[in-house]
Design a protein around this ligand. Structure first.
Ligand code: PLP
Length: 401
């Protein structure tokens, strides 16, 4: 054995966190980091939120797992609440985002199968998308770096350039089943779709009898200041995959659909052992208790504006480090001029955690419960890191001359 016993699939930062408190992570040596990565948009209510701790521990003393052979009241309740708050009529619970997407694609294909058109199975997706790491979701995302070496690409996914609606329409054939899109690309570099574009995609789907699938695994559960990002456009999907924020750190996901879209999903056609187990459902319901509280989402939008304005002024101060800020709510991206890996490392040296993304962007995804004071501290850390990088660059240029 060489090195660690783990697969070498991750390039981990040399940090070990022992505890989390709200927006803070504390290392095994007691150093405090301000966490604007939030487990990649997962810790929606920060670390160890008391309401989630209470929900999880009290469920843990009662019942952990029974399987989907039996009724699970927490599942019924969480499904009813998601239905109440969205376009959807039906919910299927999973353990992860990729599984939620798998369910979404299967739901769309079964819909056409049940309508007597089994030949309609192809799904149109967009370049730069990220839908997960299973064999089907790497095919859906279409990124060569995730497909390479894993055998033939799963059939039935057609990619068009990001935001190119004419190309999307041209890609619609007699075999097309659905269009799948992230209303805000996360991994791809915080690239939001215009409201108008989502409305046009909705119209395209209606015109050609396709289902519209949203991937709100990252943008959902309050991240953009609405419960779901699609609400900004008014263009509702037929099917939607969610995960990350709904569990607040407990692994879970869900596929939401209208009655019509889910009509083909009959007993026995799909399943999961762990999905929707009582522990996950207790936490999911507790997350909704907080996020659906009166005024919570308005606060997300207010804090987001504060942060975006402060970031815009840092970008003006350090045009050699940063280029632009984009995104909505507390799902913000800064496009960098220096390599985003260097910027992330400089931020980490200032005890501030962010996440790199595609298009040379760093993602800022603080807990939705972040305070104004923590935003100010974060902004200070970003300014200090930018100043550090500027000094380093000047030194390198100086020594090269
Ligand atoms: C993270 C993510 C996924 C995959 O979720 P996993 O839980 O890692 O399977 C899918 N889509 C989007 C938009 C994501 O951000």
């Amino acid at each position: 054995m060489s090195g660690s016993a783990l697969y070498t699939t991750y390039a981990r930062a040399p940090l070990t966190f022992e505890r989390g408190e709200g927006s803070w992570l504390i290392t095994d040596t007691g150093e405090r980091y301000l966490d604007f990565a939030a487990g990649i948009a997962v810790n929606s209510l920060g670390h160890c939120h008391p309401h989630l701790v209470e929900a999880l521990t009290s469920q843990a003393r009662t019942l952990w797992h029974v399987s989907n052979l039996y009724e699970i009241p927490g599942q019924t309740r969480l499904a009813e609440r998601l239905v109440e708050a969205t376009f959807a009529d039906k919910v299927f619970f999973t353990n992860s985002g990729a599984e939620a997407l798998e369910c979404a694609v299967k739901t769309a294909r079964r819909y056409h199968f049940a309508n007597g058109q089994p030949e309609r199975y192809r799904v149109i997706t967009f370049e730069g998308a990220f839908h997960g790491r299973t064999l089907a979701t790497i095919a859906a995302g279409g990124q060569p770096k995730y497909l390479e070496g894993f055998g033939p690409k799963v059939q039935g996914f057609d990619q068009v350039p990001f935001g190119d609606l004419d190309a999307a329409e041209k890609a619609i054939t007699d075999e097309a089943a659905a269009i799948l899109i992230e209303p805000v690309q996360g991994e791809g570099g915080i690239r939001p779709m215009e409201a108008d574009a989502l409305n046009r995609l909705r119209a395209l789907c209606d015109k050609h009898g396709l289902l519209l699938i949203y991937d709100e695994v990252q943008s959902g559960i309050g991240r953009t200041g609405k419960l779901f990002a699609y609400e900004w456009s008014g263009a509702a999907p037929d099917i939607m995959a969610i995960a990350k924020g709904i569990g607040g750190g407990f692994p879970m996901g869900a596929c939401l659909a209208t009655d019509d879209a889910a009509a083909g999903m009959k007993p026995g056609v799909h399943g999961t052992t762990f999905g929707g187990n009582p522990l996950a459902m207790a936490v999911g319901n507790a997350v909704l208790d907080v996020v659906l509280e009166d005024g919570f989402l308005d606060e997300v939008s207010r804090k987001a504006l504060l942060m975006k304005q402060a970031l815009a002024s840092i970008i003006d101060e350090y045009p050699d480090v940063f280029e632009t800020v984009r995104g909505s709510g507390l799902m913000l991206g800064i496009k960098c001029r220096l390599p985003n890996a260097d910027v992330t490392a400089a931020l980490r040296a200032r005890k501030f955690l962010a996440v790199p993304a595609g298009d040379n962007v760093i993602r800022l995804l603080p807990p939705l419960t972040v305070t104004d004071e923590e935003i100010r501290l974060g902004i200070d850390a970003i300014r200090e890191a930018a100043s550090d990088l500027t000094a380093q660059t000047a030194q390198q240029t100086g020594s090269a001359a």
